[in-house]
Write a protein that binds this ligand. Sequence first.
Ligand code: TRP
Length: 461
Amino acid sequence: MSHLPISPAAPAAPAAQSTSEEASRATWGSRLGFVLAAAGSAVGLGAVWKFPYVVGQHGGGAFLAVYLACVLTLGVALLLAEMTIGRLTGQSITTALRMLSGRGWAWVGRVATFNAFAILSFYVVVGGWTVAYLLRALTGTVLTHDTATLVSEFSAFTANPVASLTSMGAFLGLTALIVAAGVQKGIERAGKWLMPALFLLMLMLIARALTLPGAMAGVAWFLTPDFSVISGGTLLEALGLAFFSLSLGAGMIVVYGSYLPKDARLAGSAVWVATLATLACFLAGLMILPAVFAFGVAPNAGPGLTFITMPAIFAQMPFGHIVAVAFFLLLLFAALTSSVSLFEPVTAFLIDEYQWRRSTAVIAVLVGTFLFGAPAALSFGVWSDVRLFDRTIFDLMDYVTINLLMPAGGLCVAFFVGARIWPKARAVLEGSRAQWFVPLWRVLLLVLTPVAIFGVWYHSL
Ligand code: TRP
């Protein structure tokens, strides 16, 4: 079972320990299992919550085009790079970088792990919203097509400190439970039917959304790029969202890649993960933006967009009550498979680096995330006036982690794989059918990635 080509004496994988008696590192049950687990991490609130509202704020089709360009180039190259690091070492990112290249690089791993922690801290705020909306769907209180009511209810809920902290705590607790139980079996199994179910439900909801009167204006707005609206800020958001929706730049894919069996086809897996994540974003856009236009909601309404438009769609459907429950349940599961993938690398870091027991590490991450996330939750209400650089605490955490730290992590990984360990990285793809991609991969890592990231930063900061 063990596949530690570099150092057989390296500490065993944390996630594997809870399920296996032997000290060797477990692997995914199959390549499909890995692809689904990685896609389960990628497909989450980023697609269904963040993508539609960011498209809404940044002018529709043009944003979609830039986003797609980022995913297809940098996105695929960096997914493959992170998988390669994991596959070569069988370790989480900090340990992996030190093993391959010494102490200095371990700091990159530490920063990436901190970034996962910081993202988790605001991710659980929105995760809490899905818990609360699931309860409202169950009781039926959310079903109204009066969007003004939905807007004011959303603001009242997020502004209420007790309600938002409790639901955030519930979501965080669920995440910690899954991680404590050992993620592998659970995540691998859950991915196999939850993801298809989410996609099917989205298709059904798209059908309803598209037949609303006035919906076609939203479709046209989403699919017709108007490049004149693109600013430096738009490019930065599209780049950041590409990283976020693929779970890149925070060492996450390294950890999942470290469980890959030796014979796995990496390039194919990277393309699959990117395709599923992009498809989820695209479907979410088609589901929400037409409804935004049909109901006359402002497209730039911000983080509440999904929670305001979806209930209005449910209210106008046969069996809307059941559909609402199914939707928020699937959204909750999608969010959990993603938050687990943010929680796990931080836990793995504490175990790998400091030899903490798994249970201690889980409790530490749980408490730390709650304390770090609480200000973000409160910034929708009692602390909404606390502003730094003209942003609320939540917005600031979102901006710094997604638009600055994730691309920075990506830059380091690109240089590391494309230059520092290139012979080893290339060897990993030996024998694969994707030979033609190898030189292109290196160009993407060493030329396009730095040019795009520095270019976008230069234009927007
Ligand atoms: N991709 C997830 C989403 O879209 C968020 C996420 C999960 C993530 N794991 C990550 C982002 C690791 C960065 C790094 O909802």
